[in-house]
Design a protein around this ligand. Structure first.
Ligand SMILES: CC(C)(COP(=O)(O)OP(=O)(O)OC[C@H]1O[C@@H](n2cnc3c(N)ncnc32)[C@H](O)[C@@H]1OP(=O)(O)O)[C@@H](O)C(=O)NCCC(=O)NCCS
Length: 429
């Protein structure tokens, strides 16, 4: 039996049967409900899409109540522990884990495409000396569409694969150069003998040494962080990629839009706010007064709470563990003690328990990034590099989805109507 919803329109007394499929009704079915034949159909008002599914997707599953995150069905905990970022990228893009031959070909392709055209370098060098690295990353990814005009051919699967490889390969190069730029340091070319993440660290930190090889524990920790950020279903930046991509523009332009969305403090900037908060608290003794301030509504405990997770964010647990490995190499970040104490108190306090406020992915990640010598402006760039396979997997799914249309929401018009225009010469007379 097909499930359905019976809706009675009290304006007309008419009843409608609206089919339910996959726990959802089609907004277009509600559009058939009209007060009169010539009136517009019923619309759904949903700012921020808090209860609107925009697509069917088989990329990422989240159960916020239970604290579950899976990529293509694989739990994030297992991927973080046993896989690596490039294998996870393959999984997200292709939908299944690679065979040995597929994996080797994938790693080879990505490694082969890490270099960018020299004119991309000139373009980046044209930015002001103190340019924010996210602005540089967004512009240079957008610019790649002009270097690869063939990317406009999005209907061709082989072509899409080519652009996906290029973008995943070049993001660390562009991200690292954005970082070096503000420091006035020379841009470092990719070292294709190194792994994806080790090469990224080399492009970030290499100076006069002939080869830069980071401590393996740091490479692993950064790789895990990239895995944790690789996808998160229909978040703000993914929605931006899908929305722009729905116009059938090339993927560089669509991903540049996603980077723009991630640049905003409500999306990619929370870990920086956590660091600022921890520094302001300063010592363990100040924590009780701070918590009181939060409970009185004077401020927020940054890095706590999530729109979707009403349980411990599974990514936060993994990051907390990665902290130990990083601090073994870099020495303990003194802010860790404050973070741990804050967490302990908050998890026992009724205010946080009642509201289901748990640490989210940003609570500990800033501490690791700082220990790795990243300035706060770079935190979001790292997020963007990690999220690239997710954006591209979602884009690839979008362009093959026959149900998808150009994204074009409705509005509820609240302005004036049918005013008579008076020319400026008369209005100002
Ligand atoms: C992430 C966030 C925006 C989710 O917001 P949301 O789903 O709209 O949840 P709400 O703002 O409705 O919060 C529900 C209640 O918890 C409280 N709350 C939510 N997050 C809180 C926080 N970090 N500290 C203190 N109180 C918080 C709200 O004040 C509200 O309390 P009330 O019911 O008494 O009014 C929010 O939890 C937040 O601002 N967290 C801090 C920023 C952060 O870490 N962002 C990164 C997310 S990955």
């Amino acid at each position: 039996m097909t499930e359905s919803l019976t809706v009675r329109d009290n304006r007309t007394g008419q009843e409608y049967d609206v089919p339910i499929a996959d726990g959802a009704i089609k907004a277009a079915d509600l559009g058939k409900i009209k007060a009169s034949d010539d009136s517009p159909g019923l619309a759904v008002y949903d700012p921020g899409f808090v209860n609107t599914a925009s697509c069917r997707s088989s990329v990422t599953y989240i159960d916020g109540e239970k604290g579950i995150l899976e990529y293509r069905g694989y739990p994030i905990e297992q991927l973080a522990e046993k896989s690596n970022f490039l294998e996870v990228a393959y999984l997200l893009i292709n939908g299944s884990l690679p065979t040995k031959a597929e994996y080797e070909a994938w790693v080879h392709e990505i490694t082969y495409h890490t270099f960018v055209h020299e004119n991309v370098k000139s373009l980046m060098q044209g930015f002001r000396y103190d340019a924010h690295p996210m602005g540089m990353l967004m512009s240079s990814v957008g610019a790649l569409s002009t270097f690869y005009p063939d990317a406009a051919n999005i209907g061709d699967a082989e072509n899409r694969h080519m652009q996906i490889v290029r973008m995943i390969a070049k993001m660390p190069t562009l991200g690292a150069w954005s970082f070096r730029h503000a420091q006035g340091k020379p841009y470092v070319y990719p070292d294709n003998d190194l792994s994806y993440t080790a090469n990224f660290l080399s492009m970030l930190f290499k100076m006069s040494e002939s080869k830069y090889e980071a401590d393996e524990r740091l490479v692993k920790a950064l790789d895990v962080l990239l895995i944790l950020h690789a996808d998160h279903e229909q978040n703000c930046s993914t929605n931006a990629v899908r929305s722009v991509g729905s116009s059938q523009v090339d993927p560089y332009s669509a991903v540049a839009a996603g980077i723009g969305a991630l640049y905003g403090p409500l999306h990619g900037g929370a870990n920086e706010a956590v660091l600022r908060m921890l520094k302001r608290i300063g010592t363990k003794e100040n924590i009780p007064a701070f918590i009181e301030g939060v409970k009185n509504g004077d401020e927020k405990l940054m890095g706590f709470g999530h729109r979707v997770y009403k349980n411990y964010d599974p990514r936060a647990k993994i990051i907390k563990k990665a902290c130990d490995d990083v601090f073994e190499v870099t020495g303990v970040n003194p802010l860790l003690e404050i973070a741990q104490e804050l967490e302990k108190i908050a998890l026992e306090d009724e205010y946080f328990v009642k509201r289901k406020l748990y640490p989210n992915v940003d609570f500990y990640s800033g501490l690791i990034y700082e220990a790795l010598q990243f300035p706060p402006e770079m935190f979001t760039v790292l997020f963007a590099i990690g999220r690239t396979p997710g954006w591209l997997a979602q884009w690839n799914e979008l362009v093959q989805d026959k149900e998808q249309k150009i994204a074009r929401p409705k509005q509820i018009y609240t302005g004036d109507r049918t005013l008579d225009f008076v020319p400026a010469s008369e209005r100002w007379a």
